[in-house]
Design a protein around this ligand. Sequence first.
Ligand SMILES: CCCC/C=C/CC(=O)SCCNC(=O)CCNC(=O)[C@H](O)C(C)(C)COP(=O)(O)OP(=O)(O)OC[C@H]1O[C@@H](n2cnc3c(N)ncnc32)[C@H](O)[C@@H]1OP(=O)(O)O
Length: 292
Amino acid sequence: MAGIYRSTRYVLQNAFGSRSLPGAVRFYSQKPDPAPLINVDVDSKTGVATVTMNSPPVNTLNTPFLNEMGGVIKELEKNKTRGLILTSSSNSVFSAGLDIMEMYKAPRDQMAVFWTTLQNTWLSLYRTGIPTVAAINGHAPAGGCLLALSCEYRVMVGPKFTIGLNETQLGIVAPPWFLICMREAVGPRQTELALTSGKMFTATEALNIGLVDQLVSNKEEALAEAHKFIARFAKIPPLARKLTKEFTRQEGIKYMEEKMLDDLETFVDVASSPSAQKGMEMYLEALKKKST
Ligand SMILES: CCCC/C=C/CC(=O)SCCNC(=O)CCNC(=O)[C@H](O)C(C)(C)COP(=O)(O)OP(=O)(O)OC[C@H]1O[C@@H](n2cnc3c(N)ncnc32)[C@H](O)[C@@H]1OP(=O)(O)O
């Protein structure tokens, strides 16, 4: 393990005094951003929260965004919210996944803070007792797909948007917990086929393999179906529901609880390797070329 990484682990462990690091915290002081990156609207009748990612242009997952998302989930849990619908303010992108700028040419300690924040926020979303639905109203590559997979139900606007774990196309490897989420939705065979090729699925293909649960034709319909899904739990005792969800998701939860620091170490080593850096550089160039 490289010296810088050792010191990163030391800083994080010393700051929190144990192997398990808390979620949704800012590790370093940052200038507060006055504009929220995520909007929350709680329906006063149903108690269901619509959580709208609003970080233009493409809702990339970076440290401030993930911190805010972790804080939102914590707050909704505290307020005993009846449901959480995750969607996007963009007309074409749900989330473009991890912010490559958090990994490209970033110092190892910055990468470590980013990844720890991602791990914690993911775990909060994945295991929350609140019923969760992704209303996928745009493209959802990589980390965007992970967010959707972490919810209990996925309604996707079709037919033109795509979804998938495309990491191998970038020359990087999706970590085991991304894979666990995919496998829980589509099974081992489709997971291997999808991840080894980095396939992005059309909404119809995604429905056919069970990557999404329902196809609709616009965001309004997606939100309506999401509300219907959450209403199914109106008469289910919340504690029984929450524990059943935890049991069902035990593999992912256990992985993160037990392997958090190993996973972090692997990420920093892999992401800072020359081949991953080269892959990201080429990918960023291709994105820039496309947008100009
Ligand atoms: C080392 C182990 C790590 C393993 C895990 C990795 C998981 C990940 O999530 S990696 C990230 C994977 N993400 C993608 O492959 C998506 C890339 N983006 C796109 O395909 C498209 O942007 C889009 C289909 C989501 C949207 O297309 P659209 O035409 O609407 O917008 P663009 O012009 O492409 O983008 C606007 C703007 O945003 C920049 N950008 C897009 N995605 C990212 C990103 N993931 N990170 C950083 N920046 C991104 C893009 O370069 C444009 O920037 P400029 O306006 O400055 O040119």
